[in-house]
Design a protein around this ligand. Structure first.
Ligand code: ZN
Length: 169
């Protein structure tokens, strides 16, 4: 039995992806039993990130600047644009080290059941970006799920209308 405040904290942790009830309770107990600095540092970092991080004006990835680091990098190749579902995909592709082009982050996939349409994925911004940059090839790196494939197909049709080459990974 946890006290009401600890129970609140555990519930907040439990709302996170991949964290079950037991783990949430353990985390809550751990944080308040340890040195208060540790918990305060976490709390400050969380508040700061939530207050200051927003979307990059160009690729929609998360950043506290108007343009993210990758979009500000003049050495990146403007002729290739890789479309991904989440910021974690950018992290993974950058870690692999082979890609030097630009990105666009959808923050999801087309899903009529969840009321996620082209508007929610800001596909108009993607269309605009493809026009603004001298893009020659769009690489569709959405997940290989039914919805990921449908999203890739939709974007592919949109981009091909502008006479730009499309590839799928
Ligand atoms: Zn960016």
């Amino acid at each position: 039995m946890l006290s009401p405040l600890l129970d609140n904290l555990a519930r907040a942790f439990g709302a996170l992806p991949g964290i079950g009830r037991k783990t949430a309770q353990r985390l809550a107990i751990h944080l308040v039993s340890q040195k208060p600095e540790v918990a305060r540092e976490l709390s400050d970092a969380l508040r700061e990130a939530v207050d200051q991080v927003g979307h990059c004006e160009q690729c929609r990835n998360l950043t506290e600047e108007p343009l993210c680091q990758l979009c500000r990098d003049v050495k990146r190749d403007d002729s290739t644009l890789c479309v991904v579902e989440s910021p974690m995909d950018v992290v993974a592709i950058e870690a692999s080290g082979g890609y030097r082009g630009r990105y666009f982050v959808l923050f999801g996939r087309l899903s009529p059941i969840d009321a996620v349409g082209p508007e929610q994925l800001h596909l108009d911004s993607l269309e605009q970006l493809v026009t603004d940059l001298p893009v020659e090839e769009v690489i569709l790196a959405t997940n290989l799920t039914v919805e990921g494939e449908a999203t890739a197909h939709f974007i592919s049709e949109m981009v091909k209308r502008q006479g730009i080459r499309v590839s799928r990974i």
